[in-house]
Design a protein around this ligand. Structure first.
Ligand code: NAD
Ligand code: UDX
Length: 459
């Protein structure tokens, strides 16, 4: 007889699977949590002192629960056989081939997982969609599982994850809500309750929302689309602010104090990044088009177009403010992660900015406290043209311009007098995150170009 009430398996030891199971293991010490992945390197890292992802608060939780009720292995089949509940948290990237390439979700990992669950199960399972998936994927999963059930019962439940990177542990510990979508049948409702039981160890009942499966799947895509839409909305206004001498921070504050609008997600930037926003909006667009809803698709597609435009606009501003040529100029990018407090660089605006700077034949230097390794992978085709330097002071030496790509606190605390002195003159600073003290930098001698505000230049 196991010492644990239930055995929970998580397939996919990534940014979602690892932290989610670590928090669950910390809160539900009477459950066993087993995280599996096909990538042995990732699993080795989860079992080491150097975890594969950086997330504040994660190390402590993993080190506290690992090998007690939290286990990381590559034993996918064994894990499935032993589990009562299976969270599937594999990646669901955008398709790069065939029909729907560049837009639709690539569900090959998902379907393989479903088939493997059916193949190796010897007892009933609750299968939880943790990955973000197109609406009605649970239906496809149910069909695959039922067609291969050999008399076993598989209940598919949707439980999308809303954590944001950099604050993942905090988001998991105090979620705004937990969403569980389940079939309305008695067995579907029992499965829903089992998942709610796990969360109720630390989440108040009023924050555990239950819906039908399709609403749950769709809500996840819509939540990301609405969040990204706010960023594109304020970024579109940032261009107008630059043209009219309005200040985007003041506009954001003024509109954000309207309780109907609210203050969050109104920070103008060089553009949004991350593995989710673009992928999930594209997914929404694809689904809308597949139902013939062209206007709906066009509307949401525009959120991505504005984001692309904002990144190019940033580079164009560099060109026009640096005498219309960047060729041979040393430009240092402060930050490469798609946001602060993560080493993740997926879809980071810094990737596109770097590529466009290289097209202009600039000499690009990248510095970041956590993301240099990932940056090297993203830019593998251009490594001979880029310098990577962990120390921001060294990176800035001899540079013509600095571009702030990530809002790391560290960049707010640097000695900019020292940096200014080591740079070529005129020294330009393009703050793609509006996080530095622009007047102080201007006083030091920098030409400062914020987002959505008038530049501070010397004549
Ligand atoms: P990730 O790429 O970091 O991790 C996915 C892991 O799944 C990888 O380690 C991969 O090796 C593994 N995997 C793939 N196929 C497998 C298989 N057949 N068996 C075992 N392991 C397999 O991805 P992620 O960022 O954790 O995202 C996972 C899902 O969660 C995606 O659908 C994503 O949209 C969603 N999501 C992500 C975030 C986020 O902040 N990253 C937030 C909410 C939701
Ligand atoms: C997002 C969602 O917030 C989260 O709920 C979902 O589960 C996964 O996708 P994440 O991508 O980790 O999370 O980070 P988020 O904080 O949403 O930021 C996304 C991008 O938008 C970042 O590049 C960030 O810098 C940018 N952003 C965010 C802005 O430019 N301005 C803002 O005001 C907010």
């Amino acid at each position: 007889m196991s010492e644990f009430k239930k055995t929970v398996l998580c397939i996919g030891a990534g940014y979602v699977g690892g932290p989610t199971m670590a928090v669950m293991a910390h809160k539900c010490t009477n459950y066993k949590f087993h995280v599996v992945d096909i990538n042995p390197k990732r699993i080795d890292a989860w079992n080491s002192s150097d975890l594969p992802i950086y997330e504040p608060g994660l190390d402590e939780l993993v080190f506290e629960r690992r090998n007690k009720n939290l286990f990381f292995t590559t034993e996918v089949a064994q894990g499935i056989a032993e589990a009562d509940i299976i969270f599937v948290s594999v990646n669901t990237p955008t398709k790069t081939y065939g029909h729907g390439a560049g837009i639709a979700a690539d569900l090959q990992y998902w379907e393989k997982t479903a088939r493997q669950i059916a193949e190796v199960s010897t007892s009933d399972k609750i299968v939880v969609e943790k990955s973000t998936l197109p609406v009605r994927t649970a239906e496809a999963m149910s069909k695959i599982l039922k067609a291969n059930s050999r008399g076993l019962n598989f209940e598919v439940v949707s439980n999308p994850e809303f954590l944001a990177e950099g604050t993942g542990i905090e988001d998991l510990l105090t979620p705004d809500r937990v969403l569980i979508g389940a079939d309305e049948s008695p067995s579907g409702q029992r499965a829903c309750q089992e998942i709610a039981d796990i969360y109720s160890h630390w989440v108040k009942p009023e924050r555990i929302l239950t819906t039908n499966v399709w609403s749950s799947e769709l809500s996840k895509l819509v939540a990301n689309a609405f969040l990204a839409q706010r960023v594109s909305s304020i970024n579109s206004i940032s261009a107008l602010c630059e043209a009219t001498e309005a200040d985007v921070n003041e506009v954001a504050h003024a509109i954000g104090t309207d309780s109907r609008i609210g203050p969050k997600f109104l920070k103008a930037s060089v553009g949004f990044g991350g593995s989710c926003f673009q992928k999930d909006i594209l997914n929404l667009v694809y689904i809308a088009r597949s139902y013939g809803l062209e206007e709906v698709a066009d509307y949401w597609e525009q959120v991505i177009s504005v984001n692309e435009w904002q990144k190019s606009r940033f580079v164009r501003k560099m060109i026009s403010s640096m005498f219309n040529t960047l060729a041979g100029k040393r430009i240092v990018l402060f930050g490469f992660a798609f946001k602060a407090n993560t080493g993740d660089t997926r879809e980071s605006p810094a990737i596109e900015v770097t590529k466009q700077l290289l097209e202009e034949r600039a000499s690009v230097v990248i510095t970041d406290p956590k993301a240099i390794e990932n940056a090297k992978i993203d830019l593998v085709e251009y490594l001979d043209q880029i310098e990577f330097e962990e120390d921001p002071y060294k990176a800035a030496e001899g540079a013509h311009a600095i571009g702030v790509m990530t809002e790391w606190d560290l960049y707010k605390e640097l000695d900019y007098q020292r940096i200014y002195e080591s740079m070529q003159k005129p020294a330009c600073l393009f703050d793609g995150r509006n996080v530095l003290d622009h007047s102080a930098l201007h006083e030091l001698g920098f030409h400062v170009f914020p987002i959505g505000k008038s530049p501070l230049v010397h004549h």
